[in-house]
Design a protein around this ligand. Sequence first.
Ligand code: ZN
Length: 302
Amino acid sequence: MNSRPVYGAIEAGGTKFVCAAGYGPMEVPDGWREVIPTTTPQATLGGVLAFLERIRNEAGALAGIGVAAFGPVDIDRRSHTWGSLLTTPKAGWPGVSLVKPLERFGPVAIDTDVNAAALAEARLGAGKTADSLAYVTVGTGIGGGVIAGGRTLRGMLHPEMGHIPVRRDPRDDGFAGVCPFHGDCLEGLASGPAILARWKVQLRSLPAAHPATGIIGGYLGQLAAAIALMLSAERIVFGGGVMSDERLLPQIREAARRQLAGYLPVEARAGGFDRLIVPPALGDRAGIGGAMLLAEQAAGER
Ligand code: ZN
């Protein structure tokens, strides 16, 4: 029997929960990974518990469990609702604890999915040669996580950088935006649903001459510039479904460069904007990898 500590990792998403177990972020043995659709809390968390039970039977006690969760979620350890989902629009899930049911398998750490992805990219991916990194995901929503001094940034809640206001592109004047809270915040203008609401198809299906990529890249470039100004991050990773349009990243770099107007010494550093604003190095493994790093933290803090 293998005596190395075994960690559990749960990437809790709005459409699926990815469960994995292993000896480290990139060491998941065959058969120790399972995908459970997000339906009701009872069914989905029941599936997670069955997975952990199976791992415990096969591997012995778990040293720690990390949860990378969709949000908003309470990640404040001092709070009595620590580990619970907050005002998520996902029916049946507000108030559900993603931590309590798991605690009988070992110590649990929880963070947002984007903070976890940021942690994995910072340690193992795009940020290995940087001290600070932000990870932005552009998909159904827009979220961002931040690593500074080796830890994820958290506070009153967690970063919610998708909801910042942005300056409107004049070519995009007639569109009200889709955010139920703010209308035309960044998420309201540049998320996947906002793109569909305006142009009826995904960004990558639009022809090269269409202004959409420039408009969306412009909004996301404003976020990149804001991150550079506020957090002084050395790497800004853009991932998520909308980023699968490869025309977008160069547009974001160009918009950020325009917006910053030479104020920060980005171009004086090696690689300039190409090194500041980058795609994920870990692809879709960042979430589960980050959850595994959280599990190691949970084990260490016991
Ligand atoms: Zn908003």
